[in-house]
Ligand binder design. Structure first.
Ligand code: 80F
Length: 309
């Protein structure tokens, strides 16, 4: 089975490492046939990226003819491109897609899923929400549960910044740390202005409520000019909360009291609460980090190889 990796930054490199280091029987016949970045296509599987051809991801699809595309490129929330066209083209040819890139699914979920269904190909996207902590793939193991609402902390960078600010750092110092740890987007304003969390709650709304909404339908605010001092004085914390039910989807900073489970979700940790007709479930774990996001895609690859849908 041939893989084509798109994007070879923090996450792409961690994914390649996992593929080489984890001795899993499902992966015995899996190999990386090509890696594409903005600098071109490399037709070898080696750590250092040295392009063989100056071509883009769509052209590389013809050149490599992979069985699976693994998209770990930067998010483009304006158009979703070039990843959006890449997915549609791959899925139409029966090539499966695994992605950590939220933008195409946050913009054109319905079109992508319907293309996959009508061509018998698969798209897996666990890492787009909460990285390697099950959120999308959690839904796979909750059959017939009627979900009423979901609520959580879905951006690692902003939760890390808010936590470090409550420990005395300035906003800029905390952001610098989050960038050094590989949590932030290439353009960190996507994290700070709430866009990344909005993209994630959009994808969750589509999965958990079959709503087929786009990020443009979601109201969101970020933490750009946030003041946390007054909340701290009251013994509370500010958290960037994402919420969705069958009618409403939003992201905004909110004051959270000690009684709220989300109060203790700090640092790069994320959390998702799912309220359903059966029970309430809460899952907590790292929401960002190169290894964590890479593991989301890696776990998807193994599920795909096991024949999951
Ligand atoms: P990084 O900037 O290190 O690398 C991006 C790569 O994409 C580069 O190799 C670049 O050349 C390539 N690229 C860009 N445009 C391209 C194009 N048109 N064609 C081909 N290649 C192109 O980015 P990361 O950190 O490696 O992230 C990669 C993707 O994973 C992005 O879409 C992220 O949104 C996504 N992701 C990253 C996470 C992380 O922790 C987490 C999960 C998904 O919660 C948070 O705080 C979030 N900021 C992190 S979520 N790094």
């Amino acid at each position: 089975m041939k893989l084509m990796l798109v994007g070879y930054g923090n996450v792409g490199k961690a994914f390649r490492k996992l593929l080489h280091e984890k001795k899993v029987k499902e992966l015995e016949n899996v190999k990386i046939a090509g890696i594409v970045t903005t600098r071109g296509l490399m037709l070898k599987d080696q750590e250092e990226f040295v392009p063989d051809k100056k071509i883009n991801a769509l052209e590389a699809l013809d050149e490599v003819q992979p069985d699976v595309v693994v998209d770990m490129a930067s998010a483009n929330y304006n158009t979703g491109e070039p990843s959006l066209s890449l997915y549609l083209s791959a899925l139409k040819r029966g090539i499966h897609v695994i992605t950590t890139n939220k933008a195409p699914l946050a913009l054109k979920y319905k079109e992508i899923i319907n293309t996959a269904i009508s061509h018998g190909s698969k798209i897996f996207f666990q890492a787009t929400v909460m990285s390697g902590t099950p959120s999308i793939n959690l839904y796979r193991i909750l059959p017939a549960m009627k979900v009423r609402k979901i609520r959580g902390i879905l951006n690692g960078t902003t939760n890390y910044i808010l936590t470090r600010m409550s420990q005395g750092l300035s906003f800029n110092e905390a952001l610098k740390e989050a960038q050094e740890l590989g949590y932030a987007e290439r353009d960190p304003t996507l994290d700070i202005n709430g866009f990344d969390a909005a993209g994630k709650i959009t994808i969750l709304s589509n999965v958990y409520f079959s709503r087929y909404i786009s990020i443009n339908d979601v109201k969101f605010e970020g933490i750009g000019n946030i003041e946390i001092g007054d909340a701290l004085k009251r013994g509370n914390k500010i958290k960037l909360i994402a919420y969705a039910d069958e009618k409403e989807t939003y992201v905004k900073p909110m004051e959270i009291t000690k009684e709220d489970f989300l109060y203790n979700v700090d640092g790069v940790n994320n959390a998702l609460e799912i309220e359903s007709d059966i029970q309430k479930i809460t899952i907590v774990g790292p929401g960002a980090g190169p290894l964590n996001a890479a593991y989301g895609a890696f776990s998807d690859l193994i599920l795909l190889l096991r024949g999951e849908n």
